[in-house]
Write a protein that binds this ligand. Structure first.
Ligand code: PFF
Length: 461
């Protein structure tokens, strides 16, 4: 075990590096690509409100839970769970939570890399002037013809996956620390530029109404489930990514303050993405519910018209790619750490084989936009299923188990010790959230959505 655990015993050089890395994991395609399009599919305002509610009442408490498990266990998620279970004298079956995470990680990485590949390609399309003076129809048809070519998107997917694999093979500190320190703030600034442009030229009123005026008559239980899944996906919860980053965190760092900041950045970026995209959606008469292509179709219209749009646009997709890369690394990392610890493989071999497996699965997602577009199960393509099962089912399930573990299976003393905020009101609130609110919330939303799903496929009625 001595050699094996080495691989996950590196430490972040300071609290800030953890914040940057955790933010790097949290901020990615989930905020800029997925949040706007899922919001669009679920009717806007009420969905956004439920999403925010999920972040605060379920997401943040579970994020604190994952970090504390990671820091106390100091191993890959599966082995950290086993260690803590032994320490607390409870069943070591809790390590299956780590298993769930590894499987979810594979699935998420597979389609994540496909979409990240689109972002890489768009650096060159936008930078090369393909969108100069474009309109809604032209932008949408360029997206369709791009994703319609299987070889092209598999090519970009391959490039992204290889890069992710190489970075993870080299270890977490070093390159990663440096990348997040500069590039994440740059992405933030560029997003602000797009927001200002979109607000001044698009239909701001309609966008604000759409995002923040909650019309609950539109809300379905499917949307509530989608909001929960989006909260987990965006905060990188439920599969051990934050847990493993927590395992590199020094004992002196305050988990609540650190996590609060990460969640704030993550949510802030998602809201900004909404404010960049929806004014353009309404200003140019686009359909908010048009699916995974939404960001690629809308932002390119903005870049096609704004001064220096070609430059800003290329830079934007470059930074989005980097944001996706820092997230992808955090998806692959728990998988690799587990493989290294379990099979005693070298980090390089473990990273290569894990990335290759996720790549193969990703080819299925890439084909869902072209050759396999008509192969559907209950209306969903292969890509839709990967996204749905991992994000909306496995992550909340993983989060539920984290909440139960830290709330009910770990001793109060151990969790209080890790959180380091005494046992006052703040700690009590956290405990109620992980013991009661998060588990019951997740179960209710699951139960409700299951009934609707069974009705949909005509099992009930
Ligand atoms: N949070 C990332 C994003 O918003 O793009 C995606 C992600 C990273 C999901 C890590 C899950 C994860 F474990």
């Amino acid at each position: 075990m001595a050699i094996a655990t080495e691989s996950v015993r590196e430490k972040w050089s300071s609290r800030w590096v953890f914040i940057l890395a955790a933010t790097g994991s949290a901020v990615g395609l989930g905020n800029i690509w997925r949040f706007p399009y899922v919001t669009g599919e679920n009717g806007g305002g009420a969905f956004v409100l439920i999403y925010l509610l999920c972040v605060v009442s379920v997401g943040i408490p579970i994020m604190m839970g994952e970090t504390l498990i990671g820091r106390r266990g100091r191993k890959s998620p599966i082995n950290a769970m086993r260690t803590l279970a032994l320490e607390e004298g409870v069943s070591t079956n809790w390590r299956f939570l780590g298993w769930l995470g590894v499987v979810a990680g594979f699935i998420i990485l597979s389609f994540y890399s496909v979409v990240a590949g689109w972002s890489v390609a768009y650096i060159f399309y936008v930078g090369g002037g393909a969108f100069a003076g474009t309109n809604a129809t032209a932008s949408a048809s360029l997206f369709d013809s791009f994703t319609g070519s299987a070889w092209r998107i598999i090519g970009w997917h391959s490039l992204f996956m290889v890069t992710t694999g190489i970075i993870v093979a080299r270890g977490v500190t070093g390159g990663l620390e440096k990348a997040v320190k500069w590039l994440m703030p740059a992405l933030f600034v560029l997003l602000l530029v797009v927001v200002v442009y979109a607000m001044s030229t698009g239909n701001l009123g309609a966008a604000v109404d759409y995002l923040f005026a909650s019309d609950f008559s539109e809300l379905t239980s499917k949307s509530v489930l989608a909001a929960l899944g989006q909260a987990f996906f965006s905060l990188s919860l439920g599969m051990g990514a934050i847990m493993i980053y927590g395992s590199y965190l020094s004992a002196e760092t305050s988990i609540p303050r650190t996590i609060g900041l990460v969640a704030l950045c993550d949510t802030g970026i998602a809201m900004l993405a909404g404010l960049a995209i929806f004014p353009i959606v309404f200003g140019f008469g686009l359909e908010p519910g048009s699916g995974p292509g939404l960001v690629f179709v809308t932002l390119t219209i903005a870049f096609g018209h704004m001064p220096f749009g070609q430059l800003f646009g290329a830079l934007f997709f470059l930074l989005l790619t980097v944001a996706a890369l820092t997230s992808a690394i955090s998806i692959l990392e728990p998988v690799v750490a587990w493989v290294v610890e379990s099979f005693r493989w070298s980090r390089r071999k473990a990273s290569g084989i894990s990335a290759l497996s996720a790549w193969v699965l990703g080819v299925g997602s890439a084909l869902s936009f072209n050759q396999w577009a008509d192969i559907r199960l209950v209306g969903k393509t292969f890509f839709d299923w990967c996204e749905f099962l991992s994000t909306t089912v496995m992550l909340p399930l993983g989060g539920l188990l984290v909440a139960v573990f830290v709330g009910w299976r770990m001793s109060k003393r151990a969790t209080a010790e890790e959180l380091g905020i005494g046992e006052g009101v703040l700690f009590q609130t956290w405990r109620v959230l992980v013991q009661v609110v998060a588990p019951i919330g997740v179960l209710l939303i699951f139960g409700n959505a299951l009934v609707i799903f069974l009705q949909d496929i005509n099992v009930l009625d």
